[in-house]
Design a protein around this ligand. Structure first.
Ligand SMILES: Nc1ncnc2c1ncn2[C@@H]1O[C@H](COP(=O)(O)OP(=O)(O)OP(=O)(O)O)[C@@H](O)[C@H]1O
Length: 632
């Protein structure tokens, strides 16, 4: 059950052992006896190892027996760690898309809800929130039929004193980087967010002017509207009851569905050039979706069409109206569709927090964040997602390697444990892949790729090509950067980043626009002037004094991620490393090379070796004294 117990610790034997266990339906394996690192290999089939019987079995394991590896066991370790060592715990779940992170998250939450319980039913509400988050935040991708298209940090807070100590006191969720570009378009064979297809197949569709999903541009163009084995109609009913459980009344549910419908209608609009191509107007054939979008947003049809075909700019201190070309008007309606949906998603998360909410106390956080992505075409979204995975990997390295191998000066935010050198214990350092240089390339001030991309949003006439030129010059010799190659006279717009999990080729095309994520002021004001109070509340009027200050998507993301990582740095981390054994979502099949690549990129081979080299348990003197004082 524990890879560290193998007699030989070479990579082929470790991989072979995991493969054998997988064939016997043992999908979980420990790395080290302290049970802070768990490997989970996606079975792609239902295994009879979950549910009430197992929840109870893992909640009260037999004494003097090794605890079997399981997500429930790791969740129990977190719970006991929080209660006994009185430290907040962070369960960090990582792995590539489709590796099983979201399932592992749900299992951990199930265990905590069942083991801790509460009088106020918060734990039930936490579980009830899942269908909402999945419907509005997940989508079918080529890799995973139910892929989380946002990152999720869920905090479960516990009573920290009194008779109710250890019971769940409240729960909060934070969402990160919703992939809102999916509202407008998807890659071939993928879908937009589940809620759109659920809504289109529901009896409510007609009242919102919606037809079958395949007939709407933003839902049907990628050629996939149904998922085998998924019943959108039944799932929609589950979402409606979850929304009711979160306290949304009929009018609020109606509003949420109207905003979804508005996004769909906006993407159906066509614009045609007028006045010699300088201006544009909504095409005559788009009168129906225009009226439907305006009604769903609670704005006048004429005001909506005017805000789409014109924009206000300030020239030498004077506000002027500029006409949009048909192309610009198209971009404006896409931006409005994305903004409306993102505003709705933010609001739903806020409502979930208000419903689950409750008191704050000692906490266990669970991070389920999109896995590392290497696609045929990689753009801004992948750059942000892969940056987050680099940060997570860094935390894993700090916990597993540096913390273990640290010499004289343990950093203050790390628990001062296992400092062998300080203890005068001889110790062989195990080399490992250190991803600090890639992180520096991506986000070290002032010349990281993402930092320079922010600057490009702010400089006049900033462009993808100029940004690429700058970063190519600045980082020409960086070992993790691959500059675009010259092709004939033209220089290609692709560049490479050598991530810890592999080399990714990104296209620079559209990076600056995506980072800026511009919604014209006129369109924003349209939403904040909606006749619907709920929409107005989502888009409060902008303060003119600060309206001009642009905060890029990348900046927002780095700041959120930095805050999260700081928080995690103060907690005891536990890791679930999810592995996807094959790309076909087939049970029983392990594609060796891809699986070994994932284990190796996640630093797991070294982690096994290091855990075997060091001591299995590492408590600080103070912790040890507190725990074992009574024996003496
Ligand atoms: N423990 C498990 N038991 C059975 N099936 C599983 C398990 N874990 C994952 N799966 C299957 O694999 C699919 C993908 O898992 P999941 O959605 O958790 O991946 P993910 O890592 O969160 O992916 P993404 O990053 O795309 O959101 C699930 O829908 C489910 O069918």
């Amino acid at each position: 059950d524990d890879l560290v117990m193998l007699e030989q610790l070479d990579a082929p034997l470790i991989a072979h052992c995991l493969q054998k266990r997988y064939a016997a339906d043992k999908i979980y394996t420990w790395v080290g006896a302290d049970h802070s690192v768990l490997i989970s290999i996606n079975p792609f089939k239902h295994l009879p190892i979950y549910g009430q019987y197992f929840l109870e079995r893992f909640a009260a394991p037999a004494p003097n027996r090794d605890v079997e590896p399981h997500t429930y066991a790791l969740a129990r370790r977190a719970f006991r760690g929080m209660m006994d060592a009185r430290r907040d715990q962070a369960i960090l779940i990582s792995g590539e898309s489709g590796a099983g992170k979201t399932e592992a998250t749900k299992q951990c939450l199930h265990f905590l809800a069942d083991a801790a319980g509460t009088k106020s039913g918060v734990e039930q509400r936490i579980l009830q929130a899942n269908p909402i988050l999945e419907a509005f935040g997940n989508a079918k991708t080529v890799r995973n039929d139910n892929s989380s298209r946002f990152g999720r940090w869920m905090e479960v807070h516990f009573e920290s004193s009194g008779r109710v100590e250890g019971q769940i006191a409240g729960a909060f969720v934070e969402s990160y980087l919703l992939e809102k570009s999916r509202v407008v378009a998807q890659a071939a064979g993928e879908r937009s967010f589940h809620i759109f297809y659920q809504l289109c197949s529901s009896p409510r569709a007609a009242g919102l002017g919606l037809r079958p999903a395949s007939e709407h541009r933003s839902l049907g163009r990628a050629g996939c509207t149904a998922i085998r084995g998924v019943d959108d109609v039944a799932d929609f009913e589950a979402v409606l009851s979850s929304l009711a459980a979160m306290g949304l009344g009929d009018d609020e549910v109606g509003w949420a569905l109207r905003l979804c419908a508005a996004s769909v209608h906006l993407c159906d609009l066509d614009f045609e050039p007028c006045d010699g191509g300088d201006g544009s107007r909504v095409a005559a054939g788009s009168a129906t979706p225009l009226a439907a979008a305006a009604e769903c947003l609670g704005v006048a049809t004429s005001a909506l069409s005017a805000a789409l075909v014109e924009r206000a700019v300030v020239v030498r201190g004077e506000a002027q109206r500029i006409r949009n070309t048909a192309g610009k008007a198209d971009e404006a309606s896409a931006a409005l569709a994305k903004a409306a949906y993102a505003g709705l998603f933010r609001d739903l998360v806020r409502r979930i927090n208000a419903a689950c909410g409750g008191e704050r106390g000692r906490l266990i956080g669970v991070l389920d964040i999109f896995g590392f992505e290497i696609f045929e075409a990689n753009s801004f979204e992948q750059l942000c997602i892969n940056f987050a995975n680099e940060r997570l990997q860094r935390t894993f390295c700090e916990h597993t390697f540096e913390n273990e191998q640290a010499s004289a000066a343990p950093r203050p935010h790390l628990p001062a444990q296992a400092v062998y050198a300080d203890e005068g214990i001889a110790y062989d350092n195990v080399p490992y892949i250190d991803n600090a240089p890639v992180l520096a390339l991506l986000a070290e001030r002032p010349f990281g790729l993402l930092n320079l991309l922010d600057e490009e949003v702010r400089v006049p006439q900033g462009s993808d090509a100029k940004w690429l030129e700058k970063v190519s010059q600045r980082h020409a010799d960086h070992p993790a950067f691959g500059a675009p190659k010259q092709q004939g006279k033209a220089r290609r717009d692709f560049f490479c980043v050598r991530h810890y999990a592999g080399e990714v080729r990104y296209s620079a095309d559209g990076l600056v626009e995506k980072n800026a994520d511009r919604l014209s002021r006129g369109l924003y004001d349209l939403l904040s002037g909606s006749s619907c109070g709920l929409t107005r509340a989502c888009f409060p009027p902008k303060d003119d004094a600060i309206a001009g200050r642009v905060r890029t998507v990348g900046e927002e993301w780095r700041s959120q991620l930095g805050g999260l990582m700081q928080k995690v740095g103060r907690m005891s981390p536990l890791f679930i490393r999810c592995v996807k054994p094959n790309q076909h979502k087939r049970p029983g099949l392990v594609e060796s090379k891809a699986t070994i690549d994932q284990l190796s990129c996640a630093g797991l081979f070294e982690a096994v070796r290091i855990r075997a080299t060091g001591f299995p348990f590492r408590h600080s003197h103070a912790e040890f004294a507190r725990r074992y004082r009574w024996i003496a």
